[in-house]
Design a protein. Structure first.
Length: 510
């Protein structure tokens, strides 16, 4: 299970098709390019476990970098193309990345980076960066002598502070073509394989599209890569390329469903046999509407970048248990526990834990890592839910107040920490409020120093202030004002009271 094996058997088969242009990267192309990348990393004396970072928008060459790092045993850090220079610098520093490859289309941010590391530009010139193409194209297209399996080290949201790098234990089998749990699930549960034509709708820096597209390459399928999601374009690409699989987030479903009936009817989507969704809660009416439209092919899974466990459910099963995210799958075992870590019986609400053989840790944060463990050593992402008598999991809340907007995880505290630094802000709370398109939107509730300042002018000023330091997805879409935030005498903020006020009139829960 590896692209190099498919390159030997089906060299001319498309590994990647750029949806918008039809440009093709074959398995032979991918194999040669990834070998050159691995050769270059070794020429730079980057050995197993060294970190490299990729700051790119969607491009087929992204896969050459990913597979090159994987063949060289490196930890690869895929950095969001939506981040500011300060945010990218934090990830480069925290991860210890020794080398950065940045896309020329991100030059305005890349040129402002300050963390020292080897810097290369892809697809054009960036001031202060060396040309990646000039450096790598001269490398031999043959495997390095000491291939060993590398892995992603991705940065994910949490309850407090900045994003944390998620570091998994070294794979038990160092062979680059070793079978992985995700590949087994992709093949065994979702039916993906060499005949799959898989529409990838999201940025590759996200854990799910990165992991699932690489799983597709292990299985020998074809990835149809969208540079950027557009609802009508996605339908057109399904018809054009006869896509029979793909992955989506609920926001994608919402946007496709909101297209005019005439537009939706223009495209033949009957080729789709499995449409996988995850990343955020999907409202029951939205999922029902998608099943009514596409048929019982809307399958779901629950997991995190941490990879500590996995639950999944087929559309037919979901229709009998609307709202469930599925049953436990794979190596880990699902548990629902009380605050003391004791396991609870069916239909009792508690924290969702997984007991599994593949531990993870948050890079440079032992305290945060310890907070994910209970007395048994089982791990949690902080979600709350219950299971029925057959083991189907239903999520009811999140312990943390992480906001999931359009499938993107956002730290409230990172935004709060910035807002309270504004001279006109006495206190701030950031919550996720309902949004028809994105699922949740970022709302900042502000206690101003002078209540007389509360109004549209200060709201606009605070939004502009946030945009100077935060990426657009983290910037509040709405600013509300209050004379005092609900805090205990100890200083603890009762954020649930604030958030619940926004959700009180909704028919769905967060």
């Amino acid at each position: 299970m590896h692209p190099f094996r498919h390159a030997a058997v089906t060299p001319d088969k498309p590994a990647v098709i750029v949806a918008e242009t039809g440009a093709v990267m074959t398995y032979a192309d991918l194999d040669a390019a990834s070998n050159r990348v691995a050769q270059f990393f070794r020429a730079r004396r980057l050995q197993s476990e060294a970190r490299v970072a990729f700051f790119l928008t969607n491009t087929p060459y992204y896969f050459a970098l990913l597979w090159g790092a994987q063949r060289a045993g490196l930890r690869f850090v895929a950095v969001s193309s939506q981040l500011t220079a300060q945010e990218v610098d934090y990830i480069l520093l925290d991860s210890g990345a020794e080398l950065l490859v940045a896309g020329a289309d991100l030059a305005s941010v890349a040129t402002a980076l300050e963390v020292p590391c080897a810097r290369f530009s892809l697809g054009g010139a960036i001031a202060g960066f060396s040309s990646w193409e000039d450096a790598v194209d001269a490398m031999p297209a043959t495997p390095i002598a000491d291939e060993t399996a590398g892995a992603a080290m991705l940065y994910s949201s949490g309850t407090t502070g900045r994003p944390k790098g998620i570091r998994h234990a070294t794979p038990p089998d160092p062979a680059i073509d070793a079978v992985t749990p995700l590949t087994m699930l992709a093949q065994g549960f979702f039916g993906l394989g060499p005949d799959s034509i898989y529409l990838s709708t999201a940025p590759l820096y996200h854990a799910a599209p990165l992991g699932w597209t690489m799983a597709l390459h292990k299985l020998g399928g074809t990835v149809v890569l969208m540079r950027k999601f557009d609802p009508e374009a996605a339908l057109a690409f399904i018809e054009q390329y006869k896509c029979n699989s793909g992955q989506f987030v609920p926001t994608h479903f919402v946007r496709m469903l909101k297209l005019p009936d005439k537009t939706r009817a223009k495209y033949d989507v009957s080729s789709i046999k499995v449409a996988i969704h995850a990343a955020a809660p999907c409202p029951v009416p939205v999922k029902r509407a998608m099943i009514d439209w596409w048929g019982p092919v809307i399958d779901e899974y629950y997991a995190g970048t941490e990879g500590n466990g996995f639950a999944a459910i087929k559309a037919a099963q979901w229709l009998e248990r609307a709202g469930s995210v599925g049953r436990n799958m794979g190596e880990a075992t699902l548990h629902i526990c009380d605050e003391e870590g004791n396991e609870l019986p069916p239909r009792s609400e508690g924290t969702v834990y997984f007991q599994g053989p593949r531990p993870f840790e948050y890079h440079n944060d032992a305290e945060r890592t310890a907070q994910t463990r209970n007395k048994h050593g089982w791990t949690t992402l902080g979600d709350v839910g219950w299971v029925d008598e057959e083991g189907y999991l239903y999520l009811t809340d999140r312990k943390s107040f992480m906001i999931i907007s359009g499938g993107v995880n956002i730290y409230p505290q990172e935004v709060e920490n910035l807002l309270v630094g504004h001279p006109k802000v006495a206190d701030a709370a950031v919550v996720g409020a309902p949004h028809d398109d994105l699922g949740e939107q970022v709302v900042a509730v502000i206690q101003p120093v002078n209540m007389a300042d509360a109004g549209d002018e200060l709201a606009a000023e605070l939004i502009a202030y946030c945009r100077q330091s935060l990426s657009g997805v983290k910037t509040p879409r709405r600013i509300d004002f209050t004379a005092a935030l609900p805090r205990h005498d100890t200083g603890k903020l009762y954020k649930r009271l604030i958030r619940d006020a926004y959700w009180a009139k909704e028919s769905r829960s967060v």
